[in-house]
Design a binder for this molecule. Structure first.
Ligand code: G3P
Length: 217
């Protein structure tokens, strides 16, 4: 499973990238706002830092302007994936941009039917938003599972990029279902390492080690 980092904060991306944990990065207008950076500038820096796909989102609402924005974003670097919303216009833009050889990430997906359309429009990635479905008492994981089944039934190569990840369980369940990629905030990725029994075991080892009076260095 590939790990994408859902942030536009360079320092956070760099820290995880040094550990080999970053297979790509996703950004969106809200994350650009949070970073306080210029979209073209920060996207260029991120794309230079990581080897994998870096999603940069268009903000136009009609296909023609989305395509123009997408072409401009794609020129930033070879590893840019143009992110378009799952609307009819977004699907039209997806078809054109992917036909031109660009990676396209179709975002704001909330149903398996939407994911089916994105695959048919040539999307490289489909981004179903798990947390936002859970927020309204729907089952985000069920949507991931349905998309996996549909894509496998028909051999679609669009990668399932589980997004709006809020917890470590979202990551584990996405992995069990077979999502190709998860994108999560750095804080959630770091939490994957946590376990209370690890902390407890380490504390016990440290206590006993102290009693030995030995040193390694
Ligand atoms: O990748 C999409 C993600 O940024 C949305 O997450 O937590 O705002 O629903 P969230």
């Amino acid at each position: 499973m590939k790990f994408f980092v859902d942030t536009a904060e360079i320092d956070e991306i760099a820290e995880l990238n040094d550990l080999g944990m970053v297979d790509g990065v996703t950004t969106n207008p809200s994350l650009i706002l949070k970073s306080g950076r210029d979209i073209l500038e920060v996207t260029r820096e991120i794309a230079a830092l990581v080897d994998g796909p870096v999603s940069a989102e268009v903000v136009a609402l009609n296909a023609e302007d989305m395509i123009a924005e997408g072409r401009k974003l794609a020129k930033i670097a070879d590893n840019i994936a143009v992110k378009v919303p799952l609307t009819w216009d977004g699907l039209k833009a997806c078809k054109v941009l992917s036909s031109e050889g660009n990676m396209v990430n179709v975002t704001l997906c909330f149903s398996a039917n939407q994911a089916l359309l994105a695959a048919k429009a040539g999307a490289t990635f489909i981004s179903p938003f798990i947390g936002r479905l859970d927020d309204i008492n729907l089952d985000g994981m069920e949507v991931i599972s349905d998309i996996r089944n549909i894509y496998d039934n028909y051999g679609f190569t669009t990668e399932i990029l589980a997004a709006s990840i809020r917890s470590v369980n979202h990551i584990m369940e996405s992995a069990l279902i077979g999502a190709d990629v998860i994108t999560a905030p750095p804080s959630v990725i770091k939490k994957l390492a946590d376990h209370p029994l690890t902390d407890k075991g380490l504390a016990a080892f440290m206590k006993d080690w102290e009693k030995t009076g030995q040193q390694i260095l």
